[in-house]
Design a protein around this ligand. Structure first.
Ligand code: VG1
Ligand code: CO
Length: 540
């Protein structure tokens, strides 16, 4: 088979500082578009002669993109690609496979929680040998490479059959097709007390898992229904569809409304959960209860020792900066180191590799541990189930006892989507410019204690990342954070994160509890006036 070199114009579409490329599906399907980015990964990621893992969340164009990646990998001298059957792999399963096969890295085809389909989004991510998203120095090298690219290499070859496990050759490259679920399910069995969870379910505990027509369907069906004995139908929307059934595969109360409705109804199961497009996010629900991801992280940190995989205790914990500080209180009480990192899973990688932390999470429904180097939706669900099996208390009671002990961090995120980039930048720039005048100012009855533009200094490799979001700290432990999304595909997405701590009043309506902070942010940032938006598009 002949290697073909295709001349191209330099590629200018990747934003610097992002770990992959996430764009409209139609963009990815344009001639040479996917190819340019894959060529940059293969070169800057130093993949020649190495083993790679490949798979995606099954969204529209996943199958064709996988064939393109395989041909290009072969043409660029990659030694071997381990690919999930049907070109499928959830993000955490890909991370695990990279680790267990000792691969050099992996290419994950996904735009995560963004909608899929011809009118939706597509994405390509590159992970490195620890199984985690490429760190900033690698993403910067990929970005530089995209700009310098003048040609890409591919093979003139027919598509490979990826529908069955087995091995094949593509030119000199070996291709091994593996069951996408098996290794991951084995890992989960090694971490959790499956017998205890099985007994819980057998005793009448009812659960429901919404796979949102995305990649976790096959994983959840195998683990929850086959291995743990939950009745058929426990997993809803379990068949992955190229367009996720026309829905937004984002596990939050807005997009998983069918599940939320069931959990708020008279026949509510004891536990409800959902995951996103590529399986790395999770949402945790009880009857009439939404456990905020920030609270979930804190609760998991406080109870993880109840699962066999964490029985020895935790080395430390970490949360992304906008995540509420509920976990900080647990860490303090347990005498654990607690790290605050910028948004994005890649910043946890060094801390996990160095053994400084065991558990970490983000407010955006991401929780994970040192078992892989990605956040992991089903893992969080299983850890919760293990805790529920060990404590034998309703989830609502466990959450309430936690608040009684540590206080409650009321929390919400307001997203303004597809805002004109100029307007979004104006909000951020003006706020940033006035930060030093904020301390001492009283806004909407709240006194500003401190304000800064978050910068992170990695304690493991000493690298620095500046301008990671504006933090405004108010007296009494309340806080507002503003930052621009790095994953939106249209205009800019402004995210406003609101947090209020209360040690006593545990039963307030979150919207009411946070109203003074919302008002203070409006006064300080002038979002309405600058963006023309009366209210956020999504509140989670
Ligand atoms: C969002 C979340 C962030 C998460 C990222 C990737 O990023 O806020 O916490 O790590 O998505 O999640 P941003 O820049 O849009 O705020 V996923 O499920 O794509 O892997
Ligand atoms: Co995701």
């Amino acid at each position: 088979m002949d290697v073909r070199t295709v001349p191209v114009e330099p590629f200018t579409d990747q934003k610097p500082g992002t770990s992959g490329l996430r764009k409209r599906t139609a963009s990815f399907m344009r001639q040479h578009y996917l190819e340019c980015f894959v060529q940059a990964i293969l070169e800057a990621g130093d993949c020649a002669g190495k083993v790679l893992v490949l798979g995606g969340d099954g969204r529209y164009f996943n199958d064709r993109a996988a064939q393109t990646v395989l041909r290009m990998a072969a043409a660029n001298g990659v030694a071997k690609v381990v690919v999930g059957q049907g070109a499928l792999l959830s993000t955490p399963a890909a991370s695990n496979l990279i680790r267990v096969t000792r691969a050099h890295g992996g290419i994950v085809l996904s735009a995560s929680h963004n909608p899929g389909g011809p009118d939706g989004d597509f994405g390509v991510k590159f992970n490195v040998a620890n199984g985690g998203p490429a760190p900033e120095k690698v993403t910067a090298a990929i970005h530089d490479r995209t700009r310098a690219l003048r040609e890409y290499r591919t093979l003139d070859s027919a598509d490979l059959d990826l529908s069955r496990p087995g091995t094949a050759r593509l030119g000199a490259m070996e291709v091994e097709v593996v069951d996408p679920v098996a290794a991951y399910a084995t890992l989960m069995e090694s971490l959790f007390d499956f017998d205890a969870i099985r007994a819980l379910i057998k005793g009448g505990f009812r659960l429901r898992f919404d796979a949102m027509h995305a990649i976790t369907g096959p994983y959840a069906t195998e683990i929850l229904e086959r291995r743990l004995g939950a009745p058929a139908g426990t997993v809803m929307n379990g068949t992955p569809l190229p367009d996720f059934g026309g829905h937004h595969p984002d596990p939050n109360p807005v997009h998983a409304h069918e599940l939320v409705q069931a959990m708020n109804g008279p026949e509510a199961p004891d536990f409800g959960a959902a995951s996103d497009g590529d399986g790395d996010r999770n949402m945790i629900l009880g009857p009439g209860l939404f456990v905020t991801p920030s609270d979930s992280l804190a609760l998991l940190a406080a109870n993880a020792h109840l699962a066999p995989g964490y029985a020895k205790g935790l080395a430390g914990v970490a949360r992304s900066m906008p995540t509420s500080r509920a976990v900080d209180r647990v860490a303090e009480a347990m005498g654990l180191p607690c790290f605050e990192t910028p948004t994005g899973w890649k910043f946890f990688g060094n801390l996990l590799d160095a053994g400084r932390i065991t558990l970490c999470g983000e407010e955006s429904s991401g929780t994970g541990s040192d078992h892989v180097r990605e956040k992991d939706g089903l893992w969080a669900v299983l850890l919760w189930l293990n805790i529920l099996a060990a404590r034998r208390q309703p989830i609502g009671e466990i959450v309430r006892e936690h608040w009684q002990k540590f206080g409650r961090n009321y929390y919400a995120r307001h997203d303004y989507e597809a805002v004109a980039s100029d307007a979004a930048n104006k909000v951020m720039d003006e706020l940033r410019g006035g930060l030093s005048n904020l301390p001492g100012r009283v806004v909407s009855g709240l006194t500003v204690e401190a304000a800064d533009d978050f910068a992170y200094h990695d304690p493991v490799d000493g690298s620095s990342s500046a301008h990671q979001g504006i933090r405004i700290m108010f007296e009494g432990g309340s806080r507002a954070v503003l930052r621009l999304s790095g994953t939106g595909t249209e205009g800019a997405t402004l995210r406003v994160y609101l947090e209020r701590y209360d040690a006593e009043a545990l039963d307030q309506d979150p919207t009411e509890a946070l109203a003074p902070i919302v008002a203070a942010v409006e006064t300080l940032a002038g979002i309405k006036e600058k963006t023309g938006r009366e209210k956020p598009d999504v509140v989670t």
